[in-house]
Design a protein around this ligand. Structure first.
Ligand SMILES: NC(=O)c1ccc[n+]([C@@H]2O[C@H](COP(=O)([O-])OP(=O)(O)OC[C@H]3O[C@@H](n4cnc5c(N)ncnc54)[C@H](OP(=O)(O)O)[C@@H]3O)[C@@H](O)[C@H]2O)c1
Length: 230
C-alpha cells in the first residue's frame, strides 16, 4: 500500500434497495472518514462522485448545493483526512454554467475519456476545465473502454489509425492510448482484474498519437452532431 497513490470516491451511498446519491456536506464528510477507516490510511485523493446526478434530483441545478459539497471536501482535505479532493463526472454538461468564484476549485477533474465519448461531453469537459481554471495535468480520464473490451465496437473498429506506426500495437492498446487525447487527460482510471492486461496498457504508453487524426475525428464528431435532426 505505501507504494501506491490511492484515490476513492464519495457521494453515493449503497442502500438495501437502491444506491442513493447525496451532496449533503455532513454525509460527504462522514464518507471520507469512513474511507480512511476502510483503507487503513488517508487516501491521496477523494473524488466527489457524479455531482450532476444529485443536482438533477434537487432540480433546478443549484450552484449553492454544489459549492457546499465542494467546500465539505475542501475542509476534509484541510483537516488531513485526504491529500486532495476532486470531482468525477460522467456527464459534465450541466456543470460549466454553475462554476463561479463561490464554487471551490478541485485539484483534479475526472471525466469519461476515449473513443466512445460524444462531442457534447468532450466540449463540456473543456468548458468545465476552463471555468475552474484547471492547470494542465489536472484533468483525468476514466472508463476508456466504456466498461468492456468485449463490446462489438472493439471488434468492428481499428483504433490503430490514431497512432503513428500503429501496427506495433494491439487495437486495445491503441484505443487506450488515443483516450489520453479524447479529451486531453494526463491520467486514466481503467478497470482490470488481469495483471497481463495492465502490462499491455502500460506498454501502450510508448505509442505516439497522431494529433492530426484526433483533430479530424473531433471534427467528424461535430459534423455528425450538426447533421442529426433536432
Ligand atoms: N463516475 C462514474 O459514473 C463511473 C462509471 C464507470 C466507471 N468509472 C471509473 O472508471 C474506472 C474504469 O471504468 P470501468 O472499469 O467501468 O471500465 P473500463 O476501464 O472502460 O473497462 C474495463 C474493462 O476493460 C477490460 N480491459 C482492460 N484492459 C484490457 C486489456 N489490456 N485487454 C483486454 N481487456 C482489457 C477489463 O477486463 P479484464 O478485467 O479482463 O482486464 C474490464 O472488463 C472505474 O474504476 C471508475 O473509477 C466511473
Amino acid at each position: 500500500m505505501p507504494k501506491f497513490s490511492l484515490s476513492t470516491k464519495v457521494g453515493y451511498f449503497p442502500g438495501p434497495d437502491r444506491t442513493e446519491h447525496s451532496l449533503s456536506p455532513d454525509r460527504l464528510h462522514a464518507a471520507v472518514e469512513q474511507a480512511v477507516r476502510d483503507l487503513g490510511r488517508e487516501p491521496d485523493l477523494v473524488f466527489l462522485h457524479n455531482p450532476e446526478h444529485s443536482l438533477q434530483e434537487a432540480a433546478p441545478y443549484s450552484r449553492d448545493i454544489l459549492a457546499q459539497a465542494c467546500a465539505a471536501l475542501n475542509a476534509a482535505a484541510a483537516k488531513g483526512l485526504c491529500g486532495a479532493w476532486g470531482v468525477a463526472s460522467w456527464d459534465p454538461s450541466p456543470l460549466p454554467s454553475l462554476i463561479d468564484a463561490t464554487v471551490p476549485k478541485p485539484s483534479v477533474l475526472m471525466v469519461r475519456a476515449g473513443l466512445l465519448v460524444g462531442t457534447r461531453t468532450l466540449d463540456a469537459t473543456e468548458a468545465l476545465a476552463e471555468a475552474w481554471g484547471l492547470e494542465e495535468g489536472t484533468v483525468w480520464g476514466m472508463s476508456p473502454f466504456g466498461g468492456s473490451t468485449r463490446a462489438p465496437i472493439w471488434e468492428k473498429s481499428d483504433p490503430r489509425v490514431f497512432l503513428e506506426g500503429g501496427n506495433g500495437f494491439s487495437r486495445i492498446q491503441a484505443a487506450f492510448r488515443a483516450a489520453f487525447h479524447l479529451p486531453q487527460v494526463s491520467t486514466i482510471a481503467v478497470g482490470t482484474d488481469e495483471p497481463t492486461h495492465l502490462g499491455e496498457l502500460l506498454g501502450a504508453l510508448a505509442g505516439k498519437v497522431d494529433e492530426r487524426a484526433i483533430r479530424e475525428y473531433r471534427s467528424l464528431l461535430r459534423d455528425r452532431l450538426r447533421s442529426q435532426p433536432v
